[in-house]
Design a protein around this ligand. Structure first.
Ligand SMILES: [Zn+2]
Length: 251
């Protein structure tokens, strides 16, 4: 009997032997798990396209409770990420960033229903035509907030007084935004447009985000990258890959 049958998002896979692979899954029931998919590679791969990153699947997992590596039984494809990847280079790169972020933030074996629903919502938003760069900022912001890592937008992180409207000034030592009285802040400073994008991110679904111009999206990207790296104590791989691919495409 299967240990667990659950919906899951495929995060990534790596080779194991000649014909198998290990898949990393974000499951709805148990959070992140690793499972051996026997026969997933080779001439007649058993699971076909069900194990592509960010595909939504229903899986049966076998093994012992608490084991580090489970065994994948059935994997039924519920929703393929193929249509997202088909939208072009930006959307394909979005999928790899999205999978890497979810992998980096998800603890093994611990279900986080809000993260699971967030992941579904961002993939669907890009599939339906939302701007991949905006939706990635959405995912970063929410992953940081759900893990208690996003500084408050309305209170000074040093003296707790209300912050003035408009731009936000980050101060590294205070690990948050500070008011003018607690400055000068180390930076970065988020301009009013970037701040209004942020409040939209925290109050609306990802499919309804309106653009604020590329510089503001990029300002958030670099701010989030600092917060993510500080938390993980390492840099993620995909932002660099995206920068290189974008340069390549432009040249
Ligand atoms: Zn203050």
């Amino acid at each position: 009997m299967a240990l667990l049958t659950t919906e899951a998002l495929v995060l990534r896979g790596y080779k194991l032997g000649e014909t198998s692979k290990v898949v990393v899954l974000l499951t709805r029931e148990k959070g992140k798990v690793r499972a051996v998919a026997r026969g997933a590679r080779g001439g007649r791969p058993r699971y076909q396209s069900a194990l592509e990153p960010l595909s939504e699947v229903r899986v049966s997992l076998y093994g012992r409770q608490g084991a580090e590596l489970l065994r994948l039984g059935q994997a039924e494809l519920l929703h393929s990420a193929f249509r997202v990847g088909e939208r072009g280079l930006d959307a394909a790169l979005f999928l790899s960033s999205c999978a890497e972020l979810l992998d980096a933030f998800s603890p093994e074996g611990e279900a986080e229903d809000r993260v699971y629903r967030l992941a579904l919502a961002v993939v669907r938003a890009v599939e339906e035509g939302a701007d991949p760069a905006l939706v990635l900022r959405y995912l970063e912001a929410w992953l940081l907030r759900l893990h208690g890592l996003y500084p408050p937008l309305d209170r000074c992180s040093s003296c707790s007084r209300a912050l003035p409207e408009g731009r936000l000034e980050y101060h590294r030592t205070a690990h948050g935004f500070v008011c003018p009285a607690c400055g000068p802040a180390s930076g970065p400073v988020l301009a009013a447009e970037a701040c209004s994008l942020l409040s939209e991110i925290f109050s609306r679904p990802p499919s309804t985000l309106a653009g604020r111009g590329e510089p503001h999206v990029r300002a958030l990207e670099s701010f989030h990258r600092d917060l993510v790296s500080a938390h993980l104590e390492r840099d993620l791989r995909s932002p660099r890959v995206i920068r290189e691919a974008t340069r390549e495409a432009a040249s």
